[in-house]
Design a protein around this ligand. Structure first.
Ligand code: BMA
Length: 333
């Protein structure tokens, strides 16, 4: 089976074995949610957040909507990846005045590239676009230029350069609760100027028929980039957010080698079905242990709290191969 490449060993990352008799590819942490909605004094909700290994522990960037229901991102720290101390004040970026101006910030991702932790998020700049910043210590943060013109959401960096360039997948959008969405790939020599925009894939059958968008940092394996992405169904009761998998070509990641027809995880239990926005599971980060192929997924539940789910590279790839999408055939273009 596929092997994870380029990620550190994490033998002590959060993990629970698959429950006996459970036949689905991704299973929940029994103590979910790990972060409650009021984990810091001002928060209405904490969800859609990203974590990374940091020294001998973990750090993260958390979406905390405050009790004015204003969206912002906060740094946090954890010894075990489960219990988090989230700063009570939002991240302050250093940078050019015209760049660090703040409207709103949400749905962060964190990606370690060449010694720096890069943060991407949905950044309000006359509409949503992709903000980029970096830190080395989760104390001092530096903001770069926005990657794209508005409107765009879900900017997710690849963890290493591809063809000599930085690489990112994103989802162009509109100003509202976008009723469409395909995933595109872009490259940049310097994290400032982005181009080589390539279409990756679009919506498809049922659960992903309204829009699709990138989730956590893609996981490099010896069979390709394993991508966990969210798919949205427009049900008669509103949008439903689930997630599924695709395998991308390692050197040309805009080429989709395989894609699952079935979702791997979706809203099924109370804290995912009920909350500020019901029926949302939204993955923004994974921890991995290459030794045994384990993957721990951090996801927002019902736009209210943060949960953990577990899987392995084998589980995801074998499920995708058991229930494959015929790439190119079943997709809407
Ligand atoms: C998306 C984003 C996510 C959110 C989802 C469901 O457009 O705003 O942050 O989880 O909608 O409300």
């Amino acid at each position: 089976m596929a092997k994870i490449i380029g990620r550190p060993a994490l033998p002590n990352m959060p993990w629970q074995d698959k429950p006996a008799g459970y036949d689905k590819p991704v299973w929940r942490y029994t103590e979910n949610p790990i972060i409650k909605r009021d984990a810091i004094p001002t928060s209405n909700s904490i969800f859609n957040s990203a974590v990374v290994p940091f020294g001998d522990s973990y750090a993260g960037v958390f979406r905390c909507d405050n009790r004015g229901v204003e969206m912002d991102i906060f740094a946090g720290f954890s010894k075990d990846g489960i219990h988090w101390d989230i700063n009570h004040d939002p991240i302050v970026f250093e940078g050019e005045k015209d760049v660090i101006r703040k409207e709103y910030r949400y749905d962060p991702r964190v990606c370690f590239i060449d010694g720096k932790y890069y943060i991407t998020w949905c950044n309000g700049y006359h509409g949503p676009t992709i903000g980029i910043g970096w830190t080395e210590n989760f104390k001092t943060f530096h903001q770069l230029e926005n990657a794209f013109l508005p409107y765009n959401r879900n900017g997710v960096l690849f963890p290493r350069r591809i063809n000599g360039n930085y690489a990112m997948v994103s989802r162009p959008s509109d100003t509202g609760h976008t009723p469409f969405g395909d995933i595109f790939y872009s490259e940049s020599p310097d994290l400032c100027y982005w181009g080589k925009h390539r279409w990756l894939f679009g919506t498809a059958n049922g659960w992903q028929s309204k829009k699709v968008g990138p989730g956590p940092t893609p996981i490099e394996t010896d069979e390709g980039w394993l991508m966990i992405y969210h798919g949205v169904l427009n049900s008669c009761n509103g949008f439903v957010y689930r997630f599924g998998t695709a395998l991308l070509d390692i050197d040309r990641p805009w080429i989709v080698k395989e894609r699952g027809r079935f979702y791997v995880f979706g809203p099924e239990v109370d804290y995912e079905l009920t909350g500020d926005v019901p029926n949302v599971t939204f993955p923004c980060a994974t921890l991995t242990d290459p030794e045994n192929g384990r993957i721990t997924i951090y996801y927002g539940a019902a736009d209210t709290v943060t949960g953990l789910a577990f899987t392995t590279v084998d589980e995801l790839i074998s499920y995708m191969r058991k229930y494959p999408m015929e790439v190119g055939d079943q997709e809407n273009k």
